[in-house]
Write a protein that binds this ligand. Structure first.
Ligand code: GTP
Length: 353
């Protein structure tokens, strides 16, 4: 199996910086000759430093999910840095580490991660200092300080870059998931889920600010025949074009369209009454009449029936009542021969069963 194929870009991208940081770590540890002379742990540490970037890349710790795994890796990085400080037996770099970490945090806004890795880092240094051996405050050799300083700067700027990329990727992914969960994949308009969760807040806003809200139920006429005679590919293309035409007929920033199901769509018009809603439905009707939809060298004309309700007719309608009224009006429109517009006002005399 080629491991490159299964490695997530985050783990892959951080491999080289981590390897270089480990190299600098090894150099700085070697520069501290006194420790090299007497400590077996020193050699273990070197071994770990050299193997860590490979482990971090090829064997995701604790989680198969690469991003989660990279967060764990960052904590191991923090432990690694703490051991580095202990080995060099100086607090000289601690202030530098802290300053760089704070700067990183300001830059990447990744405070939670910063705090938890900082806690890991300092608790390890403290535990070592209290229970194992007091850290000698004597400064390390000049060579160790130089290479170690380079290590600290490089290591933590890498850490910041990783955090930054992680955060950016997560934000991007979240936005993508959110957009996908709200969008109808075929037509690109909002889906039923979005309608169900947003109509209520739209209605509350309209009641709070005391303006009317209009809801149009639009249903393409005889859509089954189109599917049956020309196939679902044509039907799909017609649905897409229909949504395109509807979006051209409504106000960009205020109104929105959601697919209720099949060939039924709901158009929500904030700050609009039945009159405004009827005007919008007429505009859509006109666009449909003027526009032939071309699919696979054929062109099609479609018509649509509309049922319109408004939260002030009668007053203070709730979400489900608003939808119900528009649906009933749509039923009237279908029964009146299709390609026509009916409003909730016309319901009382012709209430469908
Ligand atoms: N191509 C395509 N067809 C769909 C999709 N969703 C639902 N349909 C079809 O839409 C048709 C809806 O048919 P009906 O509910 O009978 O409505 P209609 O033929 O438009 O009749 P009226 O609404 O009474 O004018 C069915 O044939 C469904 O299979 C879709 O995503 N793509």
């Amino acid at each position: 199996m080629n491991p490159n194929k299964t490695i997530h870009p985050i783990l892959k991208n951080n491999y080289i910086p981590r390897l270089l940081a480990s190299g600098l770590f090894v150099l700085s540890a070697f520069a501290e000759f006194e420790i090299a002379d007497k400590s077996a742990q020193f050699w273990l540490l070197i071994l770990f430093a050299l193997s860590w970037p490979h482990i971090a890349r090829f064997s995701p710790f604790f989680s198969k999910e690469s991003k989660q795994s990279e967060l764990v890796n960052m904590h191991i990085d923090a432990i690694f840095s703490a051991i580095f400080l202990i080995v060099l037996s100086t607090y000289h770099f601690a202030g530098l580490v802290l300053a760089i970490l704070v700067a990183n945090a300001l830059f990447i806004g990744f405070f939670k991660l910063l705090l938890s890795t900082l806690a890991t880092f300092f608790s390890l240094v403290l535990l070592w200092h209290l229970f194992i051996s007091p850290i000698d405050l004597q400064p390390a050799s000049i060579a160790a300080q130089l290479v170690g300083g380079a290590f600290v700067i490089f290591y933590y700027s890498t850490f910041a870059t990783m955090g930054y990329h992680l955060t950016r990727n997560m934000i991007k992914l979240n936005r993508k998931v959110e957009a996908l969960s709200q969008t109808d994949p075929l037509t690109g308009c909002f889906n039923r889920l979005y309608l169900d969760s947003n109509l209520n807040s739209e209605l509350n806003r309209s009641n709070r600010l005391n303006y009317p809200l209009c809801l149009i139920f639009a249903d393409i006429d005889h859509f089954k025949q189109i599917n049956d005679h020309h196939g679902h590919v044509v039907g799909d293309a017609i649905l897409r074009e229909f949504v395109h035409l509807v979006t051209l007929a409504v106000r960009n920033e205020f109104d929105w369209v959601a697919r209720y199901g099949g060939e039924e769509f709901v158009i929500v018009l904030p700050n609009s009454d039945l009159k405004n809603g009827t005007r919008v439905a007429e505009r859509i009707q006109k666009k449909l009449a003027q526009h032939k939809i071309s699919v696979e060298d054929s062109s099609f004309s479609i018509t649509c029936s509309f049922g319109i309700s408004c939260n002030n007719t009668p007053s203070n309608l709730g979400t489900s009542e608003l939808i119900k009224q528009a649906d009933k009006a749509l039923y009237l429109a279908k029964h009146a021969g299709r390609n026509c517009i009916k409003t909730a006002k016309q319901l009382s005399n012709n209430e469908p069963r």
